[in-house]
Design a binder for this molecule. Structure first.
Ligand code: MG
Length: 159
């Protein structure tokens, strides 16, 4: 595996794990305020991010690359309000989308077709991730926090 691509994929493993850490911090923020539905939605999001990290991990380690894990930054712990937390989540997902697109460009530049093909799944996934968070942000416009909390508590495992 090309060293520039390997480095970028390792960086992305850290970004996905940081995403998980950030959403877990949001889940804790909600739980402390008695918002169990918001908290459970964010815990589910956090576990999805670990799966993303593992997808990159498995790709690197089965394509002749070396996984090197970096330090994770401390996530924020105060998000001001549920809506502000979801706004921060959307901003974060947009940042991740940009990184995935940059990775795809780098793989193209390095003629790494296998990595580009693997990244297509993430390109599609990011469209869904942003839509999912935007959907909750739209619901803040019509529902009070308590009702939205109850609704989000019903989130299924694959939504
Ligand atoms: Mg992700």
């Amino acid at each position: 595996m090309n060293s520039a691509v390997q480095k970028a994929l390792n960086d992305q493993i850290r970004e996905e794990l940081y995403s998980s850490y950030l959403y877990l911090s949001m889940a804790a923020f909600f739980a402390f305020r008695g918002l169990r539905g918001f908290s459970s939605w964010m815990k589910e999001q956090a576990s999805e991010e670990v799966k993303h990290a593992m997808r990159f991990f498995d790709f690197v380690s089965t394509h002749g690359g070396n996984v090197i894990l970096d330090a994770l930054a401390m996530p924020p712990s105060d998000f001001e309000s549920p809506q502000k937390a979801f706004e921060a989540a959307l901003e974060h997902e947009k940042f991740i989308t940009g990184r995935i697109h940059d990775l795809h460009k780098l793989a193209g530049k390095e003629n790494d077709v296998a990595t580009q093909s693997m990244l297509q799944w993430f390109i599609d996934e990011q469209v869904e991730e942003e839509e999912q968070v935007q959907k909750v942000l739209d619901q803040f416009k019509t529902l009070p926090n308590g009702e939205l909390d109850a609704l989000l508590g019903k989130r299924g495992g694959n939504s």
